[in-house]
Structure formats: structure tokens, C-alpha cells
Design a protein around this ligand. Structure first.
Ligand code: BDR
Ligand code: CA
Length: 375
């Protein structure tokens, strides 16, 4: 069955079908790439962004999120901060993966757009009630805000059109402990609440829902999305600059004159988006080169966001998933009952395959075009 995204009014007038979306994130390098992809996508109506503690603390997440939206020319998007700690555990951040401020070596001007006065989980509930059946919620972070939202409004799964989650590891190894993925590991209690609340297929089913279950993209597919220097080179070429963002300077592919902090040589013109990507990703690539054996970076969150706009990018299988909360070695593991030994109905559509080349072509084209337009 063809996927039929919600058509918002102004977009309908322009003849473009757009998915009305709220993003919950912990920006974070790959979160920032997902936000750029959302802004760059003509089929995305970015309604609001809510911020969760994770890669960095929630205040820094809100700062990064607004700075990236301003970089992309979208200071009009509402950005709200949510709960600043996991539901039941101490917050652990990951400066070694994303840098001390969450954006690698990049430096962005301090955000000027105001922070919303709404509490993140309240924003999710209020918008879902205001537009029942219309909104797609994309989660790129620990599920703290979403758990609080569903505790406040148990009807949330039926008020949202669709939920797409970056989180978990269903048939592959973890990235935080041997079997656990970062987002679930930071707040496993929240993940358990969300998988339980959103996973009731019978009561979620509606006439125009593409699937009643949330779609989860775990490391099984997101670790196939390896952003390589050649992707940045292609994107920069589309933006008309070198891969370090410098314009009209040395040959394409040159990265000469770049400081660790990412400043361009004095007086030279730069493409700010490409420069941001180069400096953020250089940190991320160095991390992956140390821990994962390749000079590149997994871009988990952009793949999830792209899937929310185009579900045909992945193939899913419905499975029953529970979250381990009390393991000696496995707390935060997303345990998937592939053989149905529990005899419980599936509660998650888990992505098992992804069309990675198609995703990267789209990412490079869209973000490259956005960068070209922001020169
Ligand atoms: C997830 O963890 C975070 O570090 C990334 O932003 C992504 O959301 C991958 O495990
Ligand atoms: Ca994230």
C-alpha cells in the first residue's frame, strides 16, 4: 500500500505533500544532521523540536538545536526543553563521541531564537491533541520526554499518526554495553514505558494509519548508514564549495588552512553549513576511526528521520520487544522475541533492512541544496 502522508494546508496549495513532524532529540552530531535533513526536505513540515538530555545535558541540547536551526534558516521553529534527567537513573553523557558541547569541533554562534516556555512533554501532548491523527513523532534520543508525555496523556498513541524511534539493537551488538544501544541505555525505564504504551496494535489501528505500531530503527540498520568523506565531498560540490566549506579557494577536496576549531582562513568566504558539517563530522569520524575501525561515521538519526518521511526506505518486521531493567550485564537491552516464545502480540515494527544508497543520495542532494541556498 502506498504511504499517504498528511497534506498540510499551505503545502497542499503548493502541490507538495508534507509530513507534519515533531522531533525529540539530544543534539548531538547525528541529531544535528537529522535536523538539517528535516529543514532541507520539501516533504517535511517541521512543527516543533523537543530536547532531551542524552549526548549532552538538556540545556546544551537546546542550545545546539536552536543554533543548528538558525544555521539552516529556521529560527521560526518552536524548540522546547524537556526533562533534564532520565526517569530513574543518573544522566550519563557522551563527550567522547560528540565532543564536549555535542557538535564535535564545530563552533556556532550563540542561539538567538528564544526557547519555548512550554515543557517538552507538554508540547508533544498539546500539539497531538490539537491535530489528532496528523502528527508524526520522530525520536532521536533517550525516550524520557515521550514517556512523560504518554504518562500524562495515555491516548497519545492514538492521537499521533505515526511514531518512528531511533533506538535499540535487535539482532546486532550494542554500542554502549555488549547488547545495549545508547538511547535505550540512558533511560531504559522510559523506553519500556514507550514500547508498552505505543505497542497496542489493536487499539492503535485506524483507517488511515500506515501502521499501528511504532517503527524502531536500531543499530541493525543505522550502523549501515556510514557517512564517509566522499559523501561530504559530493555534498560540498553541490553547494559549490570545497569539503571544508571554503569557497573559490583551493582545489575541490582540499582542506588546507582549517584550524581545529573550524575557523576559515581570515577573510575567505565560507559556506557555513558545509563548514559546520566538516567540523562536526571530523570529530565524529575520528571517534569511529578509534572505536569502529573506519574513518567515517554512523549517522543513525538522519536515517530514522528520513524513514519517517519515506517509510519505503526500510523493510520492517513486527516483533514483541521488551526492555531489560534489572540485568547484571544487560540493563537497557531491547530483547526481541523473534521466535515468539512469549506468545505476546508484536508491539514494534523493527527495521531489518534499509536502502542505504537511496538514503545517502537523498541526504547529499537535499542537504547540499540547502547549503547552496544558504551561501
Ligand atoms: C544514538 O545515540 C546517540 O549518541 C546518537 O545521537 C543516536 O541517537 C545511537 O546509538
Ligand atoms: Ca541522538
Amino acid at each position: 500500500m502506498a504511504y499517504d502522508p498528511v497534506v498540510s494546508e499551505p503545502a497542499a496549495k503548493r502541490g507538495t505533500q508534507r509530513t507534519a513532524m515533531i522531533v525529540d532529540c539530544d543534539t548531538g552530531i547525528d541529531d544535528s544532521l537529522a535536523l538539517l535533513y528535516a529543514v532541507a526536505s520539501p516533504d517535511c513540515d517541521l512543527v516543533a523540536v523537543t530536547c532531551t538530555a542524552g549526548n549532552v545535558d538538556a540545556r546544551q541540547v537546546a542550545e545546539n538545536t536552536r543554533a543548528v536551526l538558525e544555521l539552516a534558516g529556521r529560527s521560526d521553529v518552536e524548540v522546547a526543553i524537556g526533562r533534564e534527567t532520565p526517569l530513574a537513573r543518573k544522566l550519563i553523557t557522551t563527550p567522547e563521541t560528540h565532543g564536549p558541547r555535542g557538535i564535535g569541533y564545530a563552533e556556532l554562534p550563540a542561539a538567538r531564537m528564544p526557547l519555548s516556555s512550554r515543557f517538552g512533554p507538554d508540547l508533544i501532548v498539546e500539539e497531538a491533541r490539537r491535530r489528532p491523527g496528523e502528527l508524526t513523532l520522530v525520536t532521536l534520543a533517550p525516550l524520557t520526554n515521550v514517556a512523560l508525555a504518554v504518562l500524562r496523556e495515555p491516548e497519545l498513541p492514538r492521537l499521533l499518526r505515526r511514531v518512528v524511534i531511533m533506538g535499540g539493537s535487535y539482532r546486532s551488538a550494542g554500542n554502549t554495553a555488549p547488547t545495549t544501544e545508547w538511547n535505550v541505555n540512558v533511560d531504559p525505564e522510559a523506553a519500556r514505558i514507550v514500547f508498552e504504551a505505543f505497542g497496542d496494535e489493536g487499539s492503535n489501528r485506524g483507517p488511515d494509519r500506515p501502521s499501528a505500531l511504532p517503527t524502531a530503527l536500531g543499530l541493525d540498520v543505522t550502523e549501515r548508514a556510514r557517512f564517509l568523506p566522499e559523501h561530504l565531498a559530493r555534498l560540498a560540490a553541490l553547494a559549490g564549495c570545497a569539503p571544508d566549506g571554503s569557497m573559490g579557494g583551493g582545489p575541490s577536496g582540499s582542506s588546507g588552512g582549517r584550524s581545529k576549531g573550524g575557523g576559515a582562513a581570515a577573510g575567505s568566504a565560507i559556506n557555513a553549513i558545509v563548514r559546520y558539517l566538516a567540523d562536526a563530522l571530523r570529530f565524529y569520524m575520528e571517534f569511529h576511526s578509534r572505536y569502529d575501525g573506519f574513518y567515517g561515521a554512523f549517522i543513525h538519526d538522519p536515517l530514522a528521520l528520513a524513514t519517517a518521511l519515506d517509510p519505503t526506505l526500510v523493510r520492517t518486521e513486527a516483533v514483541t520487544v521488551d526492555v531489560e531493567l534489572a540485568g547484571r550485564l544487560t540493563t537497557g537491552e531491547t530483547v526481541a522475541d523473534w521466535r515468539r516464545v512469549w506468545g505476546r502480540p508484536p508491539n514494534v515494527d523493527v527495521a531489518v533492512e534499509a536502502e542505504i544508497d537511496r538514503f545517502f543520495d537523498r541526504f547529499v542532494e537535499r542537504v547540499g541544496a540547502l547549503a547552496a541556498g544558504r551561501t
